[in-house]
Design a protein around this ligand. Structure first.
Ligand SMILES: Cc1cc2nc3c(=O)[nH]c(=O)nc-3n(C[C@H](O)[C@H](O)[C@H](O)COP(=O)(O)O)c2cc1C
Ligand code: SF4
Length: 448
């Protein structure tokens, strides 16, 4: 079932007339007749969890929004999308801009935001034009601006481009940047729901989260909650890349098995040239890498599904996270040490430098990984790396520190022999691949 991308293939759906002809703004019509609190209740009922990475229930976040008398409130849409491997929001905004605008209108009405922002990564310059055109069309047709559809509700949406910093996707750094300052994360509490943009109560939600409010209004929170499984309700966009035959953005129901997602023709269509699967990072670069032997079945031997609970089954020892849904597949030719080094370089570059465990630790991890990768490492470096990542995790102002530590920890936990091989085979390390012990068993059953 598709709730978000159902109409993505329709030519011209990016434009107001076509979007409207295919049922666009019907959810907004319905919502504008409801009381704001009723909309919040519907979103709560739906079980929708934030699609930006942490999976926090959206309705609950909305209900935390402080409402002091006479103080404006804001909704901010997080379109920074800088997590390596994640490109689903780009797809939504580029092809279905009115779906996002409609979701923003309904959410702004529910939260009482008359001034709403889309903070978008600077590299998505062409999408800024797409969004601004959609905003202008929505305004011309009475869905934005003053007295929307005669309800007395006013709402303006502004698009603000970032300047290329990953850290500005972290919600408080984003707010700092939106205020015109350097994007340094704030210490929490206070949370944005109490003191956010210009210290006013603010809700920050991901693009996909806010777009999902449209189908929730259309089908009702209860019906939405029945799609998927357990606390993983509704559908989820997955951006799939790496060693797969069909990279792209897929909308899945969260009762789909990981094996089917990788091998079925409806989704990734397997691995090119019949190569074997080595590992997968299913939720964007920050989440722990999972070796193939733990990807299709949990440590308890149960089928692993594409949802929040199943992917994290076993904790970080044998599981991972749904994260942002940036699904990266590694085949047998990929080197985990090199891969981990590349990620460490990214996090080191993107650290804002406010806290020393992250500022110094990410640099040390990159340096040590580079030594191991380039045949200059010692056995004791592997333990040193393990030690450093453990000292970063949980000891920083924002979760970028954790995001830098988890990939290193998981790589050592599952592929320690590969690190050791790099130390004992310094010259071959750059030309040979390693990790045979982690290949999956040949597939026996893939039901499509
Ligand atoms: C370093 C870092 C980068 C982040 N980047 C993004 C991002 O690009 N987009 C996003 O929606 N959330 C991102 N987040 C998560 C946000 O802080 C926040 O949790 C999210 O926007 C909330 O929206 P949601 O509840 O709808 O998921 C990032 C977090 C961290 C720590
Ligand atoms: S964890 Fe890293 S990115 Fe986050 S505030 Fe500290 S130094 Fe900055």
């Amino acid at each position: 079932m598709k709730l978000l991308l159902e109409n993505a293939h329709i030519e011209g759906i990016r434009y107001y007339e076509i979007y409207r002809k295919h049922g666009g703004y019907r959810a907004a019509e319905k919502a504008l007749k409801m009381a704001p609190d009723e909309i919040v209740e519907e979103v709560k009922k739906s079980g929708l969890r934030g699609r930006g990475g942490a999976g926090f229930p959206a309705g609950m976040k909305w209900s935390f929004l402080a409402k002091p008398e006479g103080v404006p409130r804001h909704l901010v849409c997080n379109a920074d999308e800088s997590e390596p491997g994640t490109f689903k929001d780009r797809y939504l905004m580029e092809f279905l801009p009115h779906l996002l605008i409609e979701g923003l209108l309904i959410s702004s009405f529910a939260l009482g935001s008359n001034l709403t922002f889309i903070y978008i990564r600077g590299e998505y310059a062409w999408i800024v034009d797409v969004l601004e055109q959609a905003i202008a069309e929505a305004k011309t047709n009475g869905w934005l601006g003053k007295n929307i559809q005669g309800t007395g509700f006013d709402c303006e949406i502004h698009v603000q481009r970032g300047a290329g910093a990953y850290i500005c996707g972290e919600e408080t750094a984003l707010l700092e940047s939106l205020e015109g300052k350097r994007g340094n994360p704030r210490i929490k509490p206070p949370f944005p729901a109490v003191q956010g943009l210009w210290l006013r109560p603010t809700v920050v939600n991901n693009v996909e989260t806010l777009a999902a409010v449209v189908p929730i209004m259309n089908i009702g929170g209860e019906a939405y909650s029945k799609i998927g499984v357990g606390r993983s309700t509704g559908t989820k966009l997955i951006s799939a890349c790496g060693n797969i035959n069909k990279p792209g953005v897929y909308e899945i129901e969260m009762n789909l098995s990981v094996e089917e997602f990788i091998y079925s023709d409806e989704y990734c269509s397997g691995i090119p040239k019949g190569k074997k699967l080595k590992a997968c990072i299913p939720g964007g670069s920050s989440v722990p890498i999972v070796p193939a032997n733990l990807l299709f079945k949990t440590a308890k031997g149960e089928t692993r599904y594409m949802n929040y609970e199943s992917l994290s089954d076993g904790g970080f020892a044998t599981g991972t996270m749904m994260g942002s849904g940036g699904f990266i597949v590694l085949d047998e030719d990929q080197c985990v040490v090199r891969h981990t080094m590349t990620l460490a370089r990214f996090y080191n570059h993107e650290s804002c430098g406010q806290c020393s465990p992250c500022r110094e630790g990410t640099g040390w991890m990159y340096k040590i990984l580079k030594n191991i990768e380039y045949g200059k490492g010692k056995m004791s470096d592997i333990d040193l790396l393990w030690d450093i990542q453990g000292k970063i995790e949980g000891n920083t102002i924002c979760p970028l520190g954790d995001a830098a530590a988890w990939p290193v920890a998981a790589a050592i936990r599952h592929f320690r022999d590969e690190f050791e091989w790099h130390v004992t085979h310094p010259e071959e390390a750059q030309t040979r691949n390693y990790g045979l012990a982690h290949y999956a068993e040949p597939l026996s059953t893939v039901t499509v």
